[in-house]
Design a protein around this ligand. Structure first.
Ligand SMILES: NC(=O)c1ccc[n+]([C@@H]2O[C@H](COP(=O)([O-])OP(=O)(O)OC[C@H]3O[C@@H](n4cnc5c(N)ncnc54)[C@H](OP(=O)(O)O)[C@@H]3O)[C@@H](O)[C@H]2O)c1
Length: 354
């Protein structure tokens, strides 16, 4: 089959295109999926470049890091093995099933859940693997996954549109769940023009919260279509003044970096900070007095509760959330697609088509 294969940590040259890569065979309880589209995410960039390594402390650049070796831990704290097929957001048609899986799934259109559970102990976060990281994902003509780590989706959306959702929106919904966001909250979303940020805007609105997006000025038109109540620049000099009399109760952040202390400083007493990423840099300065004197709660969010993916599929099927499909590329042009993604030329998600 055709596949874009990652051969180690490093630059984009670590991707090697194959047209004769072995097609996977579905094991018991697995489905073989003919991939129609697969979304790009920063987890692909970070795993490829080695950004998850503790030796790296800078913003995501997408380039190779000299300090990273192939046995460096990735997101989960352990190294992954190469060759590896990345791609967390596969959408396609089931063409075969393994022993024990319902043959009625054949012919159905499915969307993969990035989280691959140990189904003998599915709630155990320590046993969760990520699709396209610890196991092969969707940057290929065919992929396979446990039938409990995917969902049949009934929707008029195209495969490419559906492939924008899984990673970004599950991550965003996981953050909002962990921070217990409700209609009583005002949520500030840095990086609202990105995949997770745009999802945070839509999903926080769905919960009835007031949402204030932050994005580069050139992207405000596109971000406004996601429905935030207000949009601020990417990094106002005086965030408190820019907010006026807004009472921000939640900051939902995937940006971090040098601006981070400003985000914490404007949180109301009793406010919550929830974080799933640090694209502008993982090392930040925290004044502990702000944390404790202001009664703040910080929640990290990566391995999300089991129900989140099912909730997401329901939102899609009801039309409660809209895809933000920025561009599609042929799979064999994945390197160009990922460079465009790193350069932030687009608002929303980029998808490759095998
Ligand atoms: N924990 C998890 O499970 C999980 C899952 C998904 C993603 N993530 C992480 O979340 C972060 C964001 O992911 P994403 O897919 O939303 O990213 P994205 O689509 O690339 O968007 C990131 C946004 O951040 C803004 N930004 C502000 N400062 C930036 C800087 N210094 N460099 C780059 N962008 C900057 C950009 O918006 P403006 O140009 O408008 O400012 C950009 O649109 C990444 O670190 C990713 O690894 C984590």
């Amino acid at each position: 089959m055709k596949a874009m294969v990652l051969t180690g940590h490093g630059g984009l040259d670590k991707y090697v295109w194959h047209e004769d890569w072995p097609r996977p065979e579905p094991s018991p309880m697995e489905a073989l999926i003919r991939v129609g589209a697969c979304g790009l995410n920063n987890t692909d960039v970070n795993t490829r470049s080695g950004w998850y390594s503790k030796t790296v402390s800078e913003a995501t650049t997408g380039g190779a890091y000299a300090s990273v070796a192939d046995d460096d831990p990735t997101w989960g704290g352990a190294p992954i093995t190469f060759p590896r097929i990345q791609g967390a957001d596969a959408v396609g048609e089931v063409v075969a099933v393994g022993e024990g899986a319902d043959p009625a799934l054949i012919g159905k259109r499915v969307m993969t859940n990035g989280w691959c559970r140990d189904w003998s102990d599915p709630e155990n976060m320590k046993k969760a693997k990520y699709f396209g990281s610890e196991v092969d994902g969707g940057f290929a003509e065919y992929t396979k996954t446990d039938i409990r780590d995917m969902a049949v989706v009934t929707s008029d959306l195209s495969d490419a549109e559906l492939a924008t959702f899984s990673c970004s929106y599950s991550t965003a919904e996981g953050m909002l769940s962990r921070a217990q966001v409700t209609a009583q909250d005002t949520v500030l979303v840095p990086g609202a023009s990105g995949g997770v940020g745009g999802a945070l805007v839509q999903l926080a609105k769905l919960r009835g919260a007031r949402v204030i997006a932050m994005a580069s000025d050139a992207k405000h038109g596109d971000v406004s279509r996601l429905g935030p109540d207000r949009i601020l620049p990417r990094a106002p000099d005086d965030l408190r003044a820019a907010l006026g009399d807004e009472n921000v109760t939640v900051v939902a952040d995937v940006v971090g970096g040098p601006y981070w202390p400003m985000l914490i400083d404007i949180l109301e007493r009793g406010g919550r900070y929830t974080c799933s990423g640090a694209i502008a840099g993982p090392m930040v300065t925290l004044d502990l007095r702000t944390l404790y004197l202001r009664d703040l709660t910080f929640t990290g969010s990566t391995v999300i509760p089991l129900h989140v993916f099912g909730d997401l599929v329901s939102y899609i099927e009801r039309g409660d959330i809209q895809p933000v499909l920025a561009a599609t590329y042929p799979l064999r042009d994945l390197r160009e697609a990922q460079q465009a993604f790193i350069d932030k030329r687009h608002v929303g998600n980029i998808v490759v088509i095998p």
